[in-house]
Design a protein around this ligand. Structure first.
Ligand SMILES: [Zn+2]
Length: 303
């Protein structure tokens, strides 16, 4: 008997984040017959172009190009429900700068329709419509700091958290569909312990990585005790590599960082790690859950 009816929503800021952070998660639930919806908030028009032959692209041209890259990546994963928040190009990449503390920061100037400047109610309502239509039990986005601080990651987080409250409220915009409550929201994060292990292996192999003092062992990710779920990468390594590789304008998979990342994904027991953002807690356990739907009580419960 297959009673599994998992419905998962992922909200990512721009193309390629789904392929660097969520491929195993998306592939696994699709493989199990679940429904996977990906929402991408901008076209990533201000991403750093890795290939010299595409350096001349204007932001608009890069955005168009990145739509074809994410299409290819999602074909590799098998995702066929992909939505651009408010339609393609509604929200422009806000860009990013580096603050005095070396962290990602909000740039001084950005286009008028930059996602960072979005009216939050309008942006959330685009997502309310998707939530009420797809009725996900679980949703995924970044943590409140946007993981490493990219303004559009932070905004994606805000929009999902806000939209989840509005979507569940019967009095809010009944014209956008019947109310729907997402039972659990998780935030993607670094698999801290695996990052530490992979960093040591990569250094041994002579890969040129960021200096340890710049990013000490305690800043590889959250306290591992906070990680509530890990979705195993091992069955999906090939898909992970092909999906990431599809983002050629942004990702040179031979770059030392991505070689490090590959080492990390290949470590035994490695996987995509999550923090609990809101909603139903995971069942009590000493180890992180192996399913994002663990312990939910409606038709989604089977893991
Ligand atoms: Zn990103």
């Amino acid at each position: 008997m297959s009673a599994v009816n998992h419905r998962l929503l992922l909200v990512h800021a721009h193309p390629d984040d789904e392929s660097s952070q969520s491929v195993a998660t998306m592939a696994r639930y699709l493989d199990e017959g679940g429904q996977v919806t990906l929402v991408t908030c901008t076209l990533g028009e201000l991403g750093e172009i890795m290939l010299p032959e595409w350096q001349h692209y204007t932001p608009a041209e890069l955005g168009q190009h990145r739509m074809s890259e994410i299409d290819e990546a999602l074909r590799e994963v098998g995702v066929n429900d992909h939505v651009y928040l408010g339609g393609p190009g509604r929200y422009h990449d806000s860009g990013m700068t580096t603050g005095p503390d070396g962290r990602a920061a909000v740039p001084d100037t950005m286009p008028d329709n930059a996602f960072w400047r979005a009216d939050l109610l309008e942006a959330a309502d685009h997502l309310v419509e998707v939530i009420r239509d797809r009725r996900p039990q679980v949703a995924v986005t970044y943590d409140p700091h946007g993981n490493y601080g990219h303004p559009d990651h932070i905004q994606a987080h805000r929009v999902l958290m806000y939209a989840s409250v509005l979507a569940a409220s019967p009095s809010h915009r009944p014209d956008l569909g019947a109310p729907w409550r997402i039972q659990r929201i998780v935030w993607n994060t670094h698999n801290t312990q695996r990052w530490v292990e992979a960093y040591a292996i990569a250094k041994e192999r002579g890969l040129e990585l960021w200096p340890e003092e710049e990013r000490g062992a305690d800043s590889f990710g959250p306290d591992p005790a906070q990680i509530v779920a890990v979705i195993e990468t091992a069955p999906w390594l090939g898909v992970c590599r092909r999906a990431l590789g599809a983002h050629r304008s942004q990702v040179d998979i031979e770059h030392p960082f991505w070689q490090f990342y590959r080492i990390m994904q290949e470590l035994p027991g490695s996987g995509e790690a999550y923090l609990l953002g809101a909603g139903e807690p995971f069942p009590e356990s000493d180890a992180p859950a192996t399913c994002l739907f663990a312990g939910l009580d409606d038709e989604a419960a089977a893991c």
